[in-house]
Design a protein around this ligand. Structure first.
Ligand SMILES: Nc1ncnc2c1ncn2[C@@H]1O[C@H](COP(=O)(O)OP(=O)(O)OP(=O)(O)O)[C@@H](O)[C@H]1O
Ligand SMILES: [Mg+2]
Length: 281
C-alpha cells in the first residue's frame, strides 16, 4: 500500500487574475514505513504538496493513491474521515490547529473523533503530552496561554495521539530551540521505526541527512529530483545551481579538502585549535 502521485497539478484560484500554479505535474511513489523529506525553496510547493496527502486540497488534475483511498479532482469532502484517520498533517503553523479549552482536551480531540472512548482518548492524550516533552500540569491550561514552542508540541501530540499510519509534518521543528528540535526529530524517528510512514518538510539539511531515507526536491511546483540523501547531497554543483543548502558536515568536509594546517598538529588539541581558528563559519 505505497503512496502514489500520478501527474498531480494544483492551481490556486483558477481562472481568476490571481491564478497561480502550486503543483506542476508531480509524480512519485513513497514506500510504506519510510522516512521521507521534502525540501525546496520558499514558495516551491512543499506545503501545497503536503495538503494533498490527506486531501485537504484536491488535485486540479492527476490522481493520488494513499492508504487505500484514491483522490482525484472529483473527490469531495464526503467520506474522507477514514483517510484522515490514517493520514494526518501537522500544519506549517500548527498554532492554528488548536481550539479546545484545555491542552489535554485538545490532544484528546483527535482520538475521540476517531472512535476512542473517553477514557482511552484521555489516556492517549496524557501519554503523548509526556512524549512531546511537556509536563503533566500543562494539560489543564488553555492552549492559547502557551508559548509558541509549547503550542507546536501540543499540536504534534494531538496528531500523534490517534497514531496515524502516515504522519505528515510541515516544518514541525521551526522555531524550536536546538534541544527541542532534536527531541522532536527523535520522536518522529522512533515513530517511523515502529512501522509508520513519516513525511517531513524541512529547511534543515542536517535533519534530512540524519533521518530521511528518501528525499523529494521541489522547485517552482515541480518535483525536480527524488533520491536518497547521499545521492542528493553528493553533487555540490547541482545543489548550488538549485540554491539548496547542504548538511553542515558535508560543508565542513568540502572545506577540509583544500585545507592547509598552519603547522603540523601533533595533538588533538592542536588539531582542533587550528581548524577552529582557520575554518570559522
Ligand atoms: N492560498 C494560496 N493562494 C494563492 N497562491 C498560493 C496560496 N498558497 C500558496 N500559494 C502559492 O503557491 C506556491 C507554492 O506555495 P507553498 O506554500 O506550497 O510553498 P512552500 O514550498 O511551502 O513555501 P515555504 O517554504 O515558504 O513554506 C507559491 O508561489 C505561493 O505563493
Ligand atoms: Mg510551506
Amino acid at each position: 500500500m505505497s503512496i502514489k502521485f500520478e501527474h498531480v497539478s494544483y492551481i490556486y484560484s483558477p481562472e481568476t487574475p490571481l491564478e497561480k500554479k502550486g503543483l506542476d505535474n508531480v509524480s512519485f511513489k513513497l514506500q510504506d514505513g519510510s522516512f521521507n523529506a521534502i525540501i525546496g525553496h520558499t514558495g516551491s510547493g512543499k506545503s501545497t504538496l503536503m495538503q494533498h496527502f490527506n486531501a485537504l486540497i484536491r488535485p486540479t488534475s492527476g490522481k493520488i493513491e494513499i492508504a487505500g483511498t484514491t483522490i482525484t479532482p472529483e473527490t469531495t469532502n464526503k467520506n474522507l474521515k477514514e483517510l484522515r484517520r490514517h493520514v494526518s498533517l501537522v500544519f506549517q503553523f500548527p498554532e492554528a490547529q488548536l481550539f479546545e479549552n484545555t491542552v489535554i482536551d485538545d490532544i484528546a480531540f483527535g482520538p475521540k473523533n476517531f472512535g476512542y472512548d473517553n477514557e482511552k482518548a484521555l489516556a492517549s492524550a496524557r501519554f503523548w503530552l509526556k512524549k512531546v516533552g511537556l509536563p503533566e500540569e500543562i494539560g489543564k491550561r488553555s492552549p492559547f496561554e502557551l508559548s509558541g514552542g509549547q503550542m507546536r508540541r501540543v499540536a504534534i501530540a494531538g496528531v500523534m495521539a490517534y497514531e496515524p499510519d502516515i504522519l505528515c509534518l510541515d516544518e514541525p521543528a521551526a522555531g524550536l530551540d536546538p534541544e527541542a528540535r532534536k527531541q522532536m526529530m527523535a520522536l518522529f524517528s522512533e515513530y517511523q521505526k515502529e512501522g509508520h510512514t513519516v513525511i517531513l518538510v524541512t529547511h534543515n539539511m542536517d535533519d534530512v541527512a540524519n533521518y530521511a531515507e528518501n528525499v523529494l526536491v521541489m522547485e517552482h511546483g515541480k518535483m525536480i529530483k527524488q533520491a536518497a540523501p547521499r545521492d542528493i547531497f553528493k553533487d555540490r554543483n547541482w545543489l548550488q545551481e538549485h540554491h539548496l543548502e547542504e548538511p553542515k558536515s558535508s560543508m565542513f568536509a568540502a572545506k577540509l579538502q583544500n585545507y592547509q594546517f598552519a603547522k603540523l598538529p601533533l595533538t588533538i588539541a592542536d588539531l582542533v585549535k587550528d581548524i577552529e581558528t582557520n575554518l570559522k563559519g
